[in-house]
Design a protein around this ligand. Structure first.
Ligand code: PMT
Length: 397
């Protein structure tokens, strides 16, 4: 794919690998891309404004209140760019990005940027492996950003380990792939359900489950990054996606999720139902708090509407419908039953028997159950599982 006229923002933070970013800027410009560079004050200890401006053929932005800058420069940069790469990304800028801190030109623009962001970390191996840094990277992954994992090798601090920023040619390829994939699902409307539904018993208590929403939100992120317009019907979850291609509709109960899903289904090309939806809800919801009385109490429950079955029934040949199956026994047989009875095109099966799979983990182990096949995958990060699902959809399309 040609990079001609693509608008790339290169963010440089203060690490020695900044010298390699100069080659990346040169490569991007020689491919015809328009490049604007934003850097931190610390980055200027390693590379000079003159070098950056000469190579990028554009002014450098590094001082939020500098003489050349308007105070809203960060917003106009964010609107301008097609893609943002932060290289090198220090532990400091990663931490700021993960926690919404915006105190300089680079972090402010990153917070205002709502399209594809690539992060190329570079730091000492102990810093990189520090759980705080790893947690921050996970938060950014959850937001749909791409982490370009550093290489193992000789580090500037004299040690050997994982922490070397990827070479400029590899970063260029990652930018190309990322822009390429942006096109793949442009114009497609995708519906994703995620999280746990909540069924009220009284104003104080509810019935719910352990779903964190991570699996479904990862799927929404991957679709959004590939250019699809995603509507996310989100139950209970503390994760908030931020991609501008994702519209979040909070749907707490199974009934609310069902109504929204049916309303949107006609205009949807692809639906992935990853939410853990209650199968039963209390027949009556007490307006007042139920008081303690006898030693036992019985709660009468009734079936909730089955969203997957309803979409399957109304499905046209142009639409793709994927459901999940969370099982504890007879996994494949149960998943295949769901595939047939609910007229789905694929069921993503996860079993609570597999360690690291299912609820509230960062990983999952799934099988794709289709009409004639079942394909087993190893334990992977949920973001990777999401990518596998989206790849399956792209192949089918
Ligand atoms: O959110 P995480 O913590 O990341 O966990 C991910 C997950 C375990 C929730 C996810 O991977 C998963 O398995 N989601 C489906 C859970 C579930 O409800 O499975 P099920 O076998 O009961 O339902 C089968 C399918 O029917 C699912 O697509 C479900 O969304 C759908 N369903 C269920 C009941 C209902 N009333 N309507 C539905 O549409």
């Amino acid at each position: 794919m040609s990079l001609k006229d693509k608008k790339i923002i290169v963010g440089i933070s203060g690490g020695i690998a900044a010298y390699k970013t100069l080659s990346l800027i040169r490569l991007l410009v020689s491919e015809g891309a328009q490049v604007r560079v934003i850097c931190t004050q610390n980055a200027l200890q390693f590379v000079t404004p003159l070098t950056i401006e000469t190579l990028s053929q554009n002014d450098l932005y590094y001082d939020t209140f500098g003489p050349r800058q308007m105070s809203t420069e960060h917003v106009s940069y964010a609107d301008w760019g097609d893609l943002f790469i932060v290289a090198p990304a220090t532990a400091n800028i990663i931490g700021k990005m993960a926690h919404g801190i915006a105190d300089d030109a680079l972090s402010t623009t990153l917070l205002a940027f709502r399209k594809q962001i690539l992060i190329a970390p570079a730091m000492n191996v102990n810093m990189f492996e520090n759980p705080v840094v790893q947690d921050n990277l996970s938060l950014l992954l959850n937001q749909g950003m791409t982490i370009l994992d550093p290489e193992y090798g000789f580090l500037a601090c004299g040690t050997v380990g994982k922490g070397r920023m990827l070479e400029p040619e590899i970063l260029l390829e990652a930018i190309r792939n990322s822009l390429n994939s942006i096109m793949e699902l442009e114009g497609k409307n995708v519906l994703v359900t995620a999280g746990a539904t909540v069924e009220s018993i009284d104003p104080v208590r509810f019935m719910s489950n352990h779903s964190s929403g991570k699996m479904g939100i990862s799927i929404a992120n991957v679709f959004a990054v590939k250019g699809a317009k995603v509507t996310l019907l989100l139950g209970k979850s503390h994760i908030h996606p931020s991609n501008s291609n994702i519209t979040v509709i909070k749907t707490l109960s199974a009934e609310e999720m069902y109504k929204e899903a049916l309303r949107l289904w006609k205009k949807t090309d692809i639906a992935i139902l990853a939410a853990a939806v209650a199968d039963y809800r209390p027949v009556k919801q007490s307006i007042q708090k139920i008081k303690k009385q006898a030693d036992t109490m019985t709660l009468e429950l009734e079936r909730t509407p089955d969203i997957l079955a309803a979409l399957g029934e109304a499905k046209s040949r142009k639409q793709t419908l994927i459901g999940f199956a969370l099982e504890t026994d007879n996994e494949t047989a149960n998943a295949r039953k769901k595939l047939n009875e609910k007229n789905a095109d694929m069921i993503v099966l996860n079993s609570l028997k597999d360690k690291g799979a299912g609820f509230d983990t960062s990983t999952n182990k799934v099988s794709f159950i289709t009409k004639n096949k079942s394909e087993n995958f190893p334990l992977k990060q949920k973001e990777e599982v999401a990518r596998d699902i989206v790849e399956w959809v792209i192949k089918r399309l």
